[in-house]
Design a protein around this ligand. Structure first.
Ligand code: HEM
Length: 221
């Protein structure tokens, strides 16, 4: 998409962008990908992939070019790029969750890929230098004691399934710190919106300086 057109179509928070119907194509995956541990993920925005982009909403910071489709690749080395933009992240060990919280999460949460989860959201997030200057204890204090991130999120399980990808572990030049991915049934989107409102109003979000809310719908390839 030409740069000028993308810029015209982008809006700031609260306003959503309908996007045109998708083109069709699938992307190659690396040989051996199926047998490798699936920790590295590549999110490719362009005109290919099973997810149709319903709208992209810039919440904070710099936008990403508008795209029609999203492909998610999991490969041993997901460094390729074929779309308008590529975001990369890696799943990792937990930083904040405590034993009792983890047990409750494991009991309630469901995995990705449920047949009814035809809607999804990719929300890339970057946090400020001030966040990263905090100690681990201080971050946990903002994250849970002040913001109740886990307690709030727990209320939305198992309707919302999620996976958190870390970007800083891949290098210093990644455009975001986290790629958050959520899947749910269409009828749960309102409740997902309520979850986001609660988290965005929390002290934790004062440390977010870039956020783009990309809503998706599963389509045939
Ligand atoms: C569906 C309900 C949700 C639950 C149960 C949940 C739970 C969690 C948990 C347990 C962690 C900490 C993992 C660790 O210990 O390292 C976490 C981290 C995180 N979550 Fe959520 N979450 C939910 C929804 C959301 C939503 C809607 C967003 C916003 C897009 C979000 C963004 C994040 C981010 C950015 C982190 C990383 C925080 C950091 O390391 O600084 N979560 N979440």
């Amino acid at each position: 998409m030409p740069h000028g057109k993308a810029r015209r179509l982008l809006v700031r928070c609260a306003q959503r962008i309908p996007v045109t119907k998708p083109l069709d194509a699938s992307l190659p995956t690396a040989p051996g990908a199926a047998s490798a541990p699936r920790r590295l993920f590549r999110f490719e925005g362009g005109n290919a992939g099973p997810w149709t982009v319903r709208h992209m909403q810039v919440c904070k910071g710099e936008a990403l070019p508008l795209v029609d489709r999203l492909a998610v690749h999991s490969e041993p080395v997901p460094w390729g790029s074929a779309g308008a933009w590529t975001l990369r992240g890696i799943t990792s060990n937990e930083r904040y969750v405590e034993r009792v919280e983890r047990s409750a999460l494991v009991e309630r949460q469901e995995g990705l890929g449920r047949p009814g989860s035809t809607h999804a959201a990719l929300i890339p997030i970057r946090k400020t230098a001030a966040w990263w200057a905090l100690t681990q204890d201080e971050r946990r204090n903002v994250f849970e004691a002040q913001s109740r991130h886990i307690a709030i999120g727990m209320d939305y399980l198992p309707a919302i399934a999620r996976r958190l990808h870390h970007c800083r572990d891949l290098g210093a030049d990644e455009p975001f710190d986290f790629l958050t991915w959520f899947e749910y049934a269409p009828e749960d989107e309102k409740s997902f919106d309520a979850l986001l409102r609660a988290l965005r109003a929390s002290p934790e979000w004062a440390y977010v300086d870039r956020e783009i809310d990309i809503r998706l719908q599963l389509s045939s390839m």
